[in-house]
Design a protein around this ligand. Structure first.
Ligand SMILES: [Zn+2]
Length: 340
């Protein structure tokens, strides 16, 4: 692979330090970040990581609006599952492929998807994402054997089923086990913790004791506040979750929520009091760690997975680069997505 040099204001390392300079990429790796004066005012950030999606829902955009949570998404007979059953496998694959390409062009370099439909669902996901440079992490559903195909296991929730066997199988294979918890109410949170999951999704209804527990065992949480809003389950306590543990961001179902981390970051930054560097970590490195994906930082030795933002669009005249990135940037600002 050729050497590549990208100039601009570079957001470096996990601490998201802004430096002016040149990022040097060789053979898919960032080999140097040279601090120097450069001509370009572009902004270089890590490729974003969407830590929770259901891209199968792409076939059903803008349906299910106004229905209560269980009627929209709970397995096996909710609106979403009926829509998924009524589509052919080719239709579902095409829609998923479309969603991944939209995410890529929007600056997302990796995502973690809870894939419905058991073995077939995981196969469809693999087929749909095989040719994309986006790291597409599949959290399968159904029988434990889904782990032959998927990267990890994504449990719908402790009240839906018993996942003891699936949890054991994931542990045996050193595969990541994630589970939805505390989305509608707090009733499934203890059950979810009982599986000793590698990450929890939602925790809208996290109680004091849950925050203590997160603080003790360090289980990451993937928060999906815009999706929680549109489904009407409330607003997750993101500030408290950030105090307690590592928090990543996900856009959850595609049915009612566009999978844009620009929008998610802006929403989080404006609804909560969270520092800009933390919001950007939530949309990058924290997500990569939670779902076991590569990338998440721009630093020497890291894989070259980054986004170059135009310096002369939304970010022009911005006096604070990180604030501009998390509160202002959007699809229109994406100049180049490097995923090597
Ligand atoms: Zn979900």
């Amino acid at each position: 692979m050729a050497t590549m040099e990208i100039e601009g204001r570079v957001v470096v390392g996990e601490e998201m330090r802004v430096v002016e300079g040149t990022v040097v990429v060789e053979d898919g790796e960032i080999t140097e970040i040279r601090e120097e004066e450069v001509e370009s005012d572009d902004v270089i950030i890590p490729a974003l990581v969407n830590a929770h999606t259901h891209i199968g829902d792409t076939i059903a955009k803008e349906t299910g609006r106004g229905l209560p949570l269980d009627e929209v998404v709970a397995p096996p007979d909710s609106h979403k599952h009926r829509m998924l059953r009524s589509a052919s496998r080719d239709e579902k694959r095409a829609a998923m492929r479309h969603a991944v390409e939209r995410m890529r062009s929007d600056g997302i370099g990796a995502f973690g998807d809870f894939r419905e439909g058991g073995l077939e669902g995981a196969e469809d996901f693999r087929a749909a994402t095989a040719d994309s440079p986006v790291e597409s992490v599949a959290f399968g559903s159904g029988p434990p054997e889904v782990l032959d195909i998927a990267d990890g296991y994504g449990a719908s929730g402790a009240r839906d089923d018993d996942f003891t066997e699936e949890r054991a199988e994931a542990r045996e294979r050193e595969a990541i086990f994630g589970i939805h918890a505390g989305e509608r109410d707090a009733d499934d949170i203890d059950g979810a913790f009982g599986y000793d999951p590698d990450f929890l999704v939602h925790m809208v209804h996290a109680r004091e004791e849950d925050l203590d527990r997160l603080n003790e065992d360090g289980t990451p949480v993937v928060a999906c506040p815009r999706c929680n809003l549109v489904i009407g389950v409330g607003k997750p306590p993101v500030e408290e979750l950030v105090e307690a543990t590592t928090v990543a961001l996900g856009t959850d179902n595609v049915m009612l929520n566009v999978p844009s981390l620009w929008r998610e970051m802006e929403f989080v930054s404006k609804h909560y009091d969270i520092p800009d560097d933390e919001v950007l970590r939530m949309a990058t490195v924290n997500g990569a760690r939670a779902i076991g994906a590569e990338g998440g930082t721009v630093e020497e030795g890291a894989p070259a997975r980054l986004v170059v933002l135009h310096g002369d669009r939304s970010l022009a005249y911005t006096q604070d680069v990180l604030a501009g990135v998390v509160r202002r940037a959007g699809a229109v600002d994406v100049k180049q997505v490097v995923l090597q």
